[in-house]
Design a protein around this ligand. Sequence first.
Ligand SMILES: Nc1nc2c(c(=O)[nH]1)N[C@H]1C(S)=C(S)[C@@H](COP(=O)(O)OP(=O)(O)OC[C@H]3O[C@@H](n4cnc5c(=O)[nH]c(N)nc54)[C@H](O)[C@@H]3O)O[C@H]1N2
Ligand SMILES: Nc1nc2c(c(=O)[nH]1)N[C@H]1C(S)=C(S)[C@@H](COP(=O)(O)OP(=O)(O)OC[C@H]3O[C@@H](n4cnc5c(=O)[nH]c(N)nc54)[C@H](O)[C@@H]3O)O[C@H]1N2
Ligand SMILES: [Mo]
Length: 772
Amino acid sequence: MDRQDEQTTSHPTSSHWGTYDVLVAGGRVVGVRPGADDEDPPPISRNTPGAQHHETRVAAPAVRRRWLDGGPGPDPVRGTPGDEYVEVDWDTALDLLAAELDRVRREHGNAAIYGGSYGWASAGRFHHSQSQIHRFLNTVGGYTRSRNTYSHACVEVLMPHVVGMGGLADLLERAPTWEAVARHTELVVTFGGLRLSNTWNASGGRTRQTAAAGMRTAAEKGVRTVSVSPLRDDTIEEMGAEWLAADPGTDTAVQLALMHTLFDEGLADFGFLDRYTVGADILRRYVMGERDGVAKTPEWAEDLCRLPAGALRDLARRMAAGRTLVNVGWSVQRTRFGEQPLWGGVALAACLGQIGLPGGGFATGYGSTGNYAGGSTPSGLPRFLQGANPVDSAIPVARVADMLLHPGEPFDFDGRRPTYPDIRLVAWSGGNPFHHHQDLARLTRAFGRPDTVLVVETHWTATARHADIVLPSTTALERDDIAASQGDLRVRTMPRAVPPHGLARDEYDVYADLAERLGVRGAFTEGRTSQGWLRRIYEDWRARYTGPIPDFDAFWAAGGVDIPDRVEDTTLFGGFRADPDAHPLGTPSGRIELYSETVASFGYDDCPGHPVWLPAPERIGTERARRWPLLLIANQPRGRLHSQQDMGSYSRSLEIADRARLRMHPGDAAARGIDDGEVVRVRNDRGSLLAGVETSTQVRADVVQLSTGAWYDPSSGEVTCVHGNPNALTPDIGSSALSQGTTGQHVLVEVERYEGEPPPVRVFAPPRLITR
Ligand SMILES: Nc1nc2c(c(=O)[nH]1)N[C@H]1C(S)=C(S)[C@@H](COP(=O)(O)OP(=O)(O)OC[C@H]3O[C@@H](n4cnc5c(=O)[nH]c(N)nc54)[C@H](O)[C@@H]3O)O[C@H]1N2
Ligand SMILES: Nc1nc2c(c(=O)[nH]1)N[C@H]1C(S)=C(S)[C@@H](COP(=O)(O)OP(=O)(O)OC[C@H]3O[C@@H](n4cnc5c(=O)[nH]c(N)nc54)[C@H](O)[C@@H]3O)O[C@H]1N2
Ligand SMILES: [Mo]
């Protein structure tokens, strides 16, 4: 052992992207290595050392100079390049912030505070950013909140109408494990692939990666997979999947054609449809063309999805011939009319009559996260309670720019027509809307509207650079916490590995001090320190079990405890199938609603009462595509979680020419005179960006892939983002009036060679900081 080794210590940690050890020397993270729980953590973990001490860490509280000098108020140049920040001490920052919070709530009411604060933040049950800020805002009188997720808003809003609230929870939390699939399923038909790198992440962090092994086991046991997807490598090679590269946005047409064949050839299970569903006849007449004169035949679908009619017919027959699982990935619903492929997937599985049978039926989320179908944890997990929000004001999460730009205007959502609140103060912690939201130039205009923007961050993200007050948070490596995710194997300790960077503080302590200034410290802390809370939330969780589980001290010393009552093997809707009268679904009819009177009664053109084919505008071959002929898929990045730790070594190793990697079919590249490794300009009428090209036959023609999460860099006047964040181009329009989910997955673009010297990426340097 050399001297360096002697001084290096190893510390277990958990992140959304896996469980591993960090190596620490001289108070700095110098490396990572596999820990005791997982011998093969995802490569994303390699970003950690570079990110932990990167120069974009927020080192001190900072106030935007224009706000400090001019006071609160709308500012159209908020967040434009060149904005300067003044570093201040904590007392100054918290005094300013407490006074502003108090002014806003007194003058405008608490609904004028937007605390939706969407984002993944870090793993850790107690120091969970969203729980912390929500509890704080609840303690000071409440806030306008956000509903549902960017991930799968259509699932969350539509499924209660189709299979009930309980059915929604089952779909998301109790899907059969891969082992159960391996045992029972013969054919998996997945719309949206089963992308391995997506399974590396689980919200809250998973003890060990189990999805890849599960997929391999299924393949070894002879499970066949058909992947409908624009990318060949959306499934792992070992699965030997058949690749059906349908035009993106046409999954519903494919599903309707499969149903057409089932009805046409007498393969549909009418016994199942009669007993377990309502509306099957309305749907059947639509499919057969008896209602609109258009039979949804495989030939009809071929024109839309460009898969041969014969292949569709053959697939329908194979699906009916054995135990088939229909999976709809979340990506396909992150689109305009995203409700339809979900409802269509349920309808297709219902026609096969296999819902409620082991390994058969419908699922949504295989291949989307690492804990999906990884078991369930019925007793829940340790958690920090947020308290109650006394304010009744909420928006669908992806309508944030609409809300800021259109205060007082009505909007549609799930049968209701509320109005947007007039937001004066935006408070964000643990999320990066300037990564995650669509049409970022529009979001910039929206962020010019409020009086004050507060961002609590570990790093100088693009969102922090749109804030008036930036407070530095510790990272997960700088505090003690407890880790686990839904369906996890163990609840684990996350002991602090390094001291806080600069003046960074734990959010809990920051909110406690703010609460003190507003006279409610006791209500926020209940007299506990964060160490006291760790003990409390662990003991509350432990109390749910009767069997022997170590107490907090023993748990902390041991580094973790197995979750005692994990459920491994479940059959979705098994109880309902066994006896639908005794176990009705939570829908108005108690049955699976292939036609929903409730949804129909809303009268939405973009989401009628049963699954229908609706032509989305951002699609190959549309009117819009004449000008912007390539369909860009903005899927999840392999090299990181969203925008997190983008400056880390693994994330940067996947860049091309310092920019985000754009994958493109060699034919499409050749037609534009573009070579591998070149910088290109990608544009449409909303904006433009620079990216580096990889030509690849893993991507089908007419499609380009540019994953999300490159740090947004508007530093050049010439293009919207010099670094390659696809949200410089994406449409900011809801999936439909029903769910109002994001539609960021698809956007039409043109790609051209960038001539000359491209402007440099500047976002990995902090903004201009001044001290007074
Ligand atoms: N075009 C397009 N856009 C998309 C998608 C898409 O498919 N296409 N997908 C969407 C989806 S599914 C999602 S979920 C969103 C994700 O969007 P986000 O969840 O907003 O993305 P993250 O980059 O994870 O943002 C988390 C932020 O929290 C910060 N952070 C980490 N730890 C802490 C902490 O302890 N305290 C504080 N205060 N901050 C911390 C990180 O630095 C980071 O900036 O993006 C969406 N955007
Ligand atoms: N490495 C990594 N893993 C992650 C994340 C991350 O940022 N990085 N984010 C996590 C989060 S928050 C979420 S919500 C999940 C999201 O999980 P998903 O939504 O499943 O993931 P995506 O990567 O957006 O999309 C998966 C694939 O769908 C295909 N696809 C796109 N459009 C269509 C279409 O119209 N039809 C069909 N049939 N296929 C289409 C694309 O080829 C894409 O690769 O991933 C999670 N996992
Ligand atoms: Mo997500």
